[in-house]
Design a binder for this molecule. Structure first.
Ligand code: GLC
Length: 479
């Protein structure tokens, strides 16, 4: 069986968040289980993509309104040293994707304004390629709204109907973004059956997320908890998610335990040997130096995009309230996002020198070092479809402090319970998060308890094998 994963991100080629990690890992594990899986993404000009060797395998053009947009499909030429564990294809669309950023223009800090055109070109280019290539595919697996019109297009767009028999799986990694756009831009779509118009529409706009949910054969979300939450409240599409309940399933993501292995991680100044204490102490020391933070305090870290869903806007108040109240901890933040938050954090690092520092960047290596060198990882998420960071933290001996939502609720149990693996709080609010941070600092003051928790969480298993098997069964049920 052959499966093609179609996505906007795939680690290490292009990653903005967890979507990239999942699409860069799941195919590897599926291949190991005998499901031949390849990935296709747009050809951005990320550092990784520009440094690799590619072979052009297909070229054509797609119609967008009055224009024809040329594109090429290229295949990654892997060597034994940089083998990904799956074939990777990129679609080169000059004028649309030959930019460094995946979604965000680093010069302005805001998203690109031709998002709609970009997504449409990419989806059509992939289908044009599939239609003409002799590559046999049995299942199309689409991820998030950027690829959400594909299940519709192969059924109802004249050009792509020869692919209409292909089963489609659609995974919601982030239901906060729908990709919706005005019908005024409908002329950019490929010609489609007029009577199918309703499938594109939700509340009088073209809604790729809703359209995907309606047209896909199987719908998945990245945890059971998140699926339940969406069925209760999904910003205007709650009814639709309930209607499509029979074809829906929550499948928890795993983590790539080859990339995230504290014993071999190439980014770490000190790898895990026999002593957990030595591993944590040496990495913490390196991180404290990098971030210019005081020693002898618990280090609490936030890693991720500085956006509303992740609760980034709560961070300034949580941290300043805690430090102003004389709390014992230091804080480090790594990530980029809301330009206003960038300003606030830059100011805070002056004001709270030694106790707070921030790296306003996307930095994969530094993220690994922080997981290894921190005592706690704070995830005050408003929404968290799965969350991978808490799993990376566990594996690297960093205790997660999480809001009990979505995948965080599914993976983290409070240490007040038997086998607890983190600190949980319920409400999306500064006082609740503040209390959780205070509890963390108290636990740290009791080294025996703290170290026992740390040791236990490092043994937990969140690898992909189990979930990959569930996807495999799902694909098999479709062909
Ligand atoms: C998105 C979600 C995150 C999830 C990831 C991978 O980034 O916000 O919770 O872990 O996708 O599915």
């Amino acid at each position: 069986m052959k499966v093609l994963q179609i996505s906007a991100e795939c680690y290490p080629a292009a990653k903005a968040g967890g979507l990239g990690d999942v699409v860069g890992a799941l195919p590897k594990y599926l291949n190991q289980q005998g499901v031949e899986t390849a990935v296709v993404i747009p050809m951005y000009r990320t550092k990784w993509i520009t440094q690799q060797k590619w072979q052009a395998i297909f070229g054509s053009k797609v119609r967008q309104g009055d224009y024809y947009v040329p594109f090429q499909v290229l295949q990654f030429e892997s060597t034994p040293e940089n083998d990904l564990g799956f074939p990777l294809y990129v679609v080169d669309i000059p004028g649309r994707f030959d930019r460094e950023g995946v979604y965000i223009d680093s010069h302005t800090g805001y998203g690109y304004n031709d998002e709609v055109e970009r997504a449409l070109c990419f989806q059509q280019a992939v289908l044009t390629w599939l239609k003409h290539s002799d590559m046999k595919v049995d299942v199309l697996h689409c991820h998030d709204h950027h690829t959400g019109l594909i299940p519709f297009m192969i059924k109802h767009a004249h050009e792509y109907k020869s692919l209409g028999h292909l089963p489609t799986v659609f995974t919601i990694h982030n239901g906060e973004y729908s990709g919706a756009f005005h019908w005024k831009k409908g002329y950019l779509l490929p010609y489609f059956d007029h009577e199918a118009r309703g499938l594109l529409d939700w509340s009088n706009v073209i809604h790729p997320l809703a359209c995907a949910i309606k047209c896909c054969w199987k719908l998945t979300t990245v945890s059971k908890g998140y699926l339940n939450e969406l069925q209760r409240n999904a910003q205007g599409i709650t009814w639709l998610l309930n209607h499509e309940r029979p074809k829906s399933k929550g499948i928890l993501n795993g983590i790539d335990t080859n990339v995230w292995n504290p014993k071999t991680d190439k980014y770490l100044p000190k790898k895990l040997g026999r002593s957990i204490d030595q591993f944590k102490d040496a990495n913490k020391k390196a991180v404290l130096q990098h971030f210019r933070l005081d020693e002898n305090r618990p280090l609490i870290t936030f890693i991720g995009r500085l956006v509303g869903e992740k609760g980034a806007q709560l961070l300034p108040s949580i941290i300043t309230n805690f430090l102003n109240a004389g709390g014992n901890a230091s804080f480090a933040i790594l990530g980029t996002g809301d330009p206003n938050l960038h300003r606030v954090f830059s100011q805070m690092r002056q004001q709270y020198a030694g106790r707070f520092d921030v790296a306003l960047e996307y930095n994969e290596g530094l993220a690994h070092q922080l997981y290894a060198g921190s005592d706690y990882l704070l995830m005050p998420s408003k929404v968290e479809p799965c969350g991978l960071n808490q799993m990376y933290a566990l594996r690297y001996g960093t205790i997660p402090i999480v809001r009990a939502v979505g995948g965080l609720r599914d993976t983290i149990t409070d240490i007040g319970n038997k086998d607890g693996n983190g600190i949980r709080f319920d409400h999306f609010s500064v006082p609740d998060a503040f209390n959780a941070v205070r509890r963390a600092s108290q636990v740290y003051d009791n080294p025996k308890v703290f170290k026992a928790i740390r040791k236990a969480i490092m043994k937990q298993d969140f690898s992909w094998e189990k979930s990959a098997r569930i996807y495999k069964e799902m694909y098999e049920s479709l062909v």
